[in-house]
Design a binder for this molecule. Structure first.
Ligand SMILES: [Cu+2]
Length: 147
């Protein structure tokens, strides 16, 4: 009787082996899938960060500066909205200065472009002007209207 029992026990162990191997393979397979899914989630999280950056991007306003004018000479913006003034010159050397918000571009000429960024923190009408020579007196000025 003892001999028979031992043989039966060995056969049971043998039949268990493939099941254990299968279980290990399944666990490893699911583990890998889970790992790649998590990597996928991390990759998808990146565009959300870019979206935040776009929200605080400045309002870009193209301004032409010539002798002795700005076009447009009236610019409307909102309180707290970052503004980027992009000045392109047309004949002569010019800049864009707005004392109220410490905005001042470099001086450029010959169709070159310069820019300055600032954030108006109060409402009102503020004069911007060209600080080259007597350009301001000659009429090279305009109004920034902050609403
Ligand atoms: Cu000027």
């Amino acid at each position: 009787m003892e001999e028979v029992n031992n043989t039966q026990a060995q056969e049971v162990k043998k039949s268990m082996m493939p099941m254990i191997v299968m279980a290990v393979i399944v666990l490893v397979a699911f583990g890998s899938v889970g790992f790649f899914l998590m990597r996928g989630n991390n990759t998808r999280a990146t565009p959300a960060v870019e979206g935040v950056t776009q929200e605080s991007a400045p309002a870009t306003i193209e301004v032409e500066g010539g002798s002795f004018y700005y076009k447009p000479n009236e610019i409307r913006v909102k309180v707290g909205q970052p503004v980027k003034i992009v000045l392109t010159t047309k004949g002569g050397m010019h800049d864009f200065v707005l004392d109220e918000f410490n905005a001042k571009t470099t001086r450029v000429g010959d169709g070159q472009t310069t820019s300055v960024e600032f954030t108006p923190d109060k409402a009102g009408i503020f004069e911007f002007y060209c600080s080259v020579g007597n350009h301001r007196a000659m009429g090279m000025k305009g109004n920034l209207i902050v609403e």
